[in-house]
Design a protein around this ligand. Structure first.
Ligand code: ADP
Ligand code: MG
Length: 269
């Protein structure tokens, strides 16, 4: 894509599921890296107090400086929070455990649901030349996740291929529907992506069949296989696309990025 056809406004996607360990952070990092491989510029906004996306991209706690806590609650300029990563074109707004008190602190603020929305619409955002912002959400339908969904154009839901996976989804969809009626009428579901899929396992196949039956086209054709390279990569502070570019995990996230780009609705359309 040439610079002249790039949209000036980045598309903002909240990677959300209130369950922990379903592949949100893995998806944010590796989908981000795959979009960068496509020549796009991506900012990952880490709003999980565990800061796994920050660690996984090699930003150690002591290097984090100003974080998304400062962005949301101290009015820090975005430009002071965003850091480069080892991958050209992939930026991160890191998080630390400071953020664990954010939910309580935000409640006092009248604009509590819009703090991230406003922070990501600071005029300085234009200077980064971003195509995508991926928000890595915490494992709860908390005020932080609501902030992500109010800030976002769409929600991408990683769904672990395991029993009860679909149960939590109805609560998440309800939250999306409520926000559509209130704070963010244009919020879309970007899609549901099956993660940690094991094709030899009946349960995985069952979850896939159910997800496609209930959610239809919302489910990406691409499924992310269970792949040990994906779980190793963060300890080497790299996306799997860098750590083992030909692994099944890397190939799957490339396919996901391509599928998403193909179906993508331009911002403002
Ligand atoms: P969340 O952000 O939803 O809590 P993570 O992305 O951190 O979930 O994933 C939970 C754990 O599972 C991590 O240790 C991660 O490395 C591992 N993991 C995620 N996706 C896969 C996969 N497709 N195959 C193997 N391990 C995975
Ligand atoms: Mg996570």
């Amino acid at each position: 894509m040439s610079d002249s056809t790039r949209s000036k406004t980045p598309k903002i996607i909240a990677v959300a599921n209130q369950k922990g360990g379903v592949g949100k952070t893995t998806t944010a990092i590796n989908l981000g890296a795959a979009l960068v491989e496509e020549g796009l510029s991506v900012l990952i906004v880490d709003i999980d107090p565990q800061g796994n996306a920050s660690t996984g991209l090699g930003i150690e706690a002591e290097q984090r400086g100003l974080t998304t806590y400062d962005l949301l609650l101290e009015g820090a300029p975005l430009a002071d929070v965003v850091q480069p990563t080892a991958i050209d074109g992939l930026l991160i707004a890191p998080a630390t455990t400071d953020l664990s008190s954010a939910d309580i602190e935000m409640v006092r603020n009248d604009r509590r649901s819009h703090l991230l929305h406003n922070a990501l619409r600071q005029p300085a955002i234009g200077s980064f030349g971003l195509d995508y912002i991926l928000i890595d959400c915490p494992p709860a339908l908390s005020l932080l996740t609501v902030n992500a969904m109010v800030a976002a154009d769409s929600v991408l839901v990683p769904l672990q291929s395991e029993f009860f996976a679909l149960e939590g989804l109805s609560q998440l969809m309800l939250t999306v529907r409520e926000l559509r009626q209130t704070a963010n009428p244009n919020l879309r579901i970007e899609g549901v992506v099956l993660t940690m899929f094991d094709g030899r396992n009946n349960l995985s196949q069952h979850v896939e069949k159910d997800a496609r039956a209930y959610l239809g086209e919302l489910v990406f054709e691409t499924v992310i296989p269970r792949n040990v390279r994906l779980s190793e990569a963060p300890s080497f502070a790299m996306p799997v696309l860098e750590y083992d570019p030909s692994s099944r995990g890397a190939q799957a996230y490339r396919a996901l990025a391509q599928e998403m780009l193909k179906q993508s609705v331009p911002v403002g359309a």
